[in-house]
Design a protein around this ligand. Sequence first.
Ligand SMILES: NC(=O)c1ccc[n+]([C@@H]2O[C@H](COP(=O)([O-])OP(=O)(O)OC[C@H]3O[C@@H](n4cnc5c(N)ncnc54)[C@H](OP(=O)(O)O)[C@@H]3O)[C@@H](O)[C@H]2O)c1
Length: 227
Amino acid sequence: MSLAGSNILVIGANGVLGSQIAQLLMQRGAQVIGTARANETAGSMPAGLAQALLLDLESDQSIETLVNYVMTSNIKLDGIVVASGLVAFGSVSDTPSAVAQRLMVVNHLAPSKVISGLLGRLAESQNEPFVASISGVVAEKIFPGMAAYVTSKTAHSTWLKALALEARRAGIRVVDARPGHTETGLAGRAIFGTAPAFAQGMTAEHVATVIVNALEQGLKDLPSEAF
Ligand SMILES: NC(=O)c1ccc[n+]([C@@H]2O[C@H](COP(=O)([O-])OP(=O)(O)OC[C@H]3O[C@@H](n4cnc5c(N)ncnc54)[C@H](OP(=O)(O)O)[C@@H]3O)[C@@H](O)[C@H]2O)c1
């Protein structure tokens, strides 16, 4: 697809990967609507966004407000990139169910709800519309000590596969990006537990570039080995 002149929503545009992706998309001529969870964190969204919005994935009201805003305004949408997410560490027996529930909401249920709510607008696009979401290598390989994260990401990856089958008829491409460990500091922001010692990860710039190249080139999947 041609990114020049396209309109793309980036969820989590203030995060390390999300802001890099948003910047690359803008450099290639896209108009980007970015979201951040709250005013306090919105300052790290990149400059030059077409619109900067708030979206708290843990609030049904916030999700409804965003979806209604896009669906009832004349905003065009050619793509959605989900770059939001939370991580937690801990064994199956140590991880509180409230933590597992929060990861399932933020990493899977809430972004799925946003995507579902906006599919109608994407289907109107004449520019090879897409949905891209960053699940991660954990959707391919189970690591011990992070079952809640792995489970939420695997659920989202499976949901994306189902969406890909259903959205194909509407001409919407669905890309499940599954990068391995990336040096964004995410592990240090875990909502529970402590990260194990990871080997040196990839740079955020590299991972963001692979994702944006794939969107431009029309690729339909981004397995871990693509990074
Ligand atoms: N880093 C890695 O090694 C790696 C590897 C594979 C996959 N991934 C995935 O890549 C995605 C981006 O991660 P990152 O490394 O760039 O981490 P990051 O910098 O911490 O970004 C996380 C993003 O998620 C947003 N977020 C968290 N809770 C939210 C909520 N309730 N509502 C709305 N937004 C929320 C954050 O917004 P606020 O700051 O406003 O809270 C931030 O924009 C995540 O899904 C992660 O699981 C990362």
